[in-house]
Design a protein around this ligand. Sequence first.
Ligand SMILES: C[C@@H](N)C(=O)N[C@H](C)C(=O)O
Ligand SMILES: [Zn+2]
Length: 220
Amino acid sequence: MFKRTLPEGFVVLSRAVPSLVIDLKYTGSDNFVGRPIAGYAEDGDAIVTQECAQALAKIQETLQDPHFKAAFKVKEPKLVILEAFRPLMAGDDFWAWGQSDCQKTKQAYYPRIAKQDFFALGYLARRSSHSRGSTVDVTIIDTANNQTVDFGTPFDFMDELSHPDNQAVSKTAYENRQHLKNLMAEFGFEGIPQEWWHFTLKNEPFPDTYFNFEVAKYES
Ligand SMILES: C[C@@H](N)C(=O)N[C@H](C)C(=O)O
Ligand SMILES: [Zn+2]
């Protein structure tokens, strides 16, 4: 039987750090395009570099610290991975969708901007840092009550309100974003000005390489 293997240096996140919650959005239709994205199998694994997985393990552990539980006002916090490695072919799919006329997700994901502008405004990249394997999109859930921490906007809401430093969100959401940024920074991740959920490992192992293998089920 055919067994898929990952390129050297990459790991399946659910095996490397079983305590994380994995909820990849681009394997299905619950996303800003409204359908699965090219390069993602329905049962695709979250994939990252070894270095990224190690840092995420430490973040998940540190989230259990009373300081962070109090900061986020949660009892049993878990880091949720919404997006991890993204193949280049997905970037091409996003680009083609951005040029198309389909507007079925506009109200939910980009009510105040045109989707053609996502790339210029920095909400989406055709050659994304995700394709280098050390970038993740995250949120936090309290598994004691299944409530997601309030970060002010839904994931992938393409709007100024999602800018981490936007002060038009509630004080709680603004502070939660700052706590998340600090937690991620403690383990080497850096965010971007447009999205509170998007972080790249600064010391990434493949800073100049963009990969194009599928997000599928992998044996190792
Ligand atoms: C689309 C969003 N989840 C994201 O990751 N945006 C950044 C800018 C990217 O595409 O690299
Ligand atoms: Zn991202």
